[in-house]
Design a binder for this molecule. Structure first.
Ligand SMILES: NC(=O)c1ccc[n+]([C@@H]2O[C@H](COP(=O)([O-])OP(=O)(O)OC[C@H]3O[C@@H](n4cnc5c(N)ncnc54)[C@H](O)[C@@H]3O)[C@@H](O)[C@H]2O)c1
Length: 423
């Protein structure tokens, strides 16, 4: 009987832990590498997997992608990273291309952890295969682009095994200044919270040129502009700020009204270039959120402010992270920095207050694999994705949308083609 079978017999994890040495309780000697397979060798995937390689005991041993050029660039990058760390380059048998690369990665006995960094539309189908394999999973946000996918994700969440760890890519929660201010907000430093305001003003995303005639390939390579593939800017990008608001308030919004549209962008796609959303949380707490994603004049600013009876908290990506009021506090390293002066990073690897977000997120996740307890963040990821979908639904229907309505009717998106054509 192996350890997993032992736990399954109902004897209980606590008893099982008594029978194995602490450093091997989760199947890893404390100094052995967690073998990571990257699915989706793009901008973010490469950045996160590099951070895993450089900041944790994980080693990138496998790469997988739909497209040959992306795969080749990913392999070259991780061969260089591994060489710089004195580790082996990626073996030929662990390089997977095409629409079934995810299944090949999932069935490989040489991979312990699958990192899903594909476009949002694929997160849930890829999560299903990765979770079924029994391997640990790091999946990018959002967990689903529509209500149907989030329901599916919650079913998948129930199949996660006790010692299988699943994280969702909300790295902002792990940024040391944000984790510190969150502790203070949650312990009541602001008193009764009256309202929250948040913003995400980002530059336009760039076009990826495609040489062939395939419209589907053009859409796939420019998925950020396509609502069915991305979820739209509220669900794909602004989600980090909505996630922080949910986290600080300990709740999801109950309803939303919203406006916005496509006032500037004229290129291919149907994603809006601005959203203005008023979310209502329990206790009639309003979260007023504004976002833009266009222009190339170097402006980037994201963050939120909370206003309470006894204090106000500023939580910017760049600029002073602080609480003013009866329990004043500030993050020393951010005090002299200028609000809104940050650089946008399309790969999510921001500096300033987010500088160590990825590093600490990855370290905590790997510790959950090597030392336990295992994570299962799927439901939390779904809650935040649904919160953004609530704002999107309110904006698109131009009516107040409630949480119940969203769950009952929702919106469903289909990309309308199969990736099998890229076999
Ligand atoms: N957490 C963050 O801060 C953050 C920041 C940026 C992006 N992201 C998320 O990361 C994910 C990837 O974003 P990106 O900017 O790296 O995109 P990208 O386009 O640069 O990379 C996506 C990769 O996936 C590959 N791919 C597409 N469809 C595939 C399929 N069906 N099977 C296998 N491979 C497939 C593409 O060829 C490409 O290499 C997205 O979900 C995005 O929302 C998160």
């Amino acid at each position: 009987m192996n350890r997993r079978d032992f736990v399954k017999t109902g004897t209980g994890a606590a008893s099982a832990l008594l029978l194995v040495k602490p450093d091997t309780a989760f199947g890893y000697a404390s100094n052995s590498a967690v073998r990571l397979g990257l699915l989706g060798c793009g901008n973010r995937g490469t950045s996160v997997a590099t951070s895993f390689a450089q900041n944790t005991s994980a080693q990138v041993v496998a790469v997988a992608d739909l497209f040959a050029d992306q795969l080749a660039a990913g392999r070259k990058h991780f061969d260089d990273v591994n060489t710089s760390l004195g580790k082996a380059t990626i073996a030929d048998k662990l390089v997977f291309r095409g629409p079934h690369a995810v299944e090949q990665l999932a069935s490989s006995p040489d991979v312990d952890l699958i990192q899903i960094s594909t476009p949002p539309f694929f997160h849930v189908p890829h999560l299903e295969i990765a979770v079924a394999s029994g391997k640990h999973v790091y999946v990018e946000k959002p967990v689903g682009i529509d209500v149907q996918q989030t329901r599916h994700a919650l079913e998948i969440a129930k199949r996660v095994k006790p010692n299988q760890s699943v994280d969702v890519g909300f790295q902002c929660r792990s940024a040391p200044p944000i984790a510190a201010i969150s502790d203070r907000i949650k312990s009541g430093a602001l008193g009764k919270i009256a309202s929250v305001t948040g913003w995400y003003f980002a530059p336009a995303s760039k076009e990826h040129a495609v040489t062939g005639p395939s419209k589907d390939e053009y859409r796939l390579r420019n998925w950020l502009w396509d609502r069915a593939l991305s979820g739209d800017i509220l669900v794909e990008q602004n989600i980090h700020i909505v996630d922080l608001c949910n986290w600080f308030l300990g709740a999801h919004p109950l309803s939303a009204i919203a406006g916005g549209g496509r006032n500037i962008l004229t290129h291919f796609g149907d994603c809006w270039d601005n959203y203005q959303v008023d979310f209502t949380y329990p206790g009639d707490v309003h979260f007023s959120f504004s976002s833009t994603q266009f222009g190339s004049y170097g402006v980037f600013d994201a963050g939120l402010r909370l206003f309470g009876a006894d204090g106000t908290a500023a939580v910017p990506y760049s600029g002073p992270m602080e609480i003013k009021g009866s329990q004043p506090w500030s993050w020393a390293a951010s005090a002299a920095t200028q609000a809104g002066a940050g650089q946008f990073a399309a790969n999510g690897a921001f500096l300033d207050n987010l500088q160590f977000a990825d590093r600490d997120k990855e370290r905590t996740f790997i510790a959950s694999i090597t030392d336990g307890p295992a994570h299962n963040q799927i439901a939390q990821g779904v809650e935040t994705a649904l919160s953004c979908m609530l704002g999107r639904m309110a904006g698109l229907t131009k009516h107040q949308a409630t949480w119940e309505e969203l769950l009952a009717h929702g919106e469903h998106y289909d990309i309308g083609f199969s990736v099998d054509q890229f076999a």
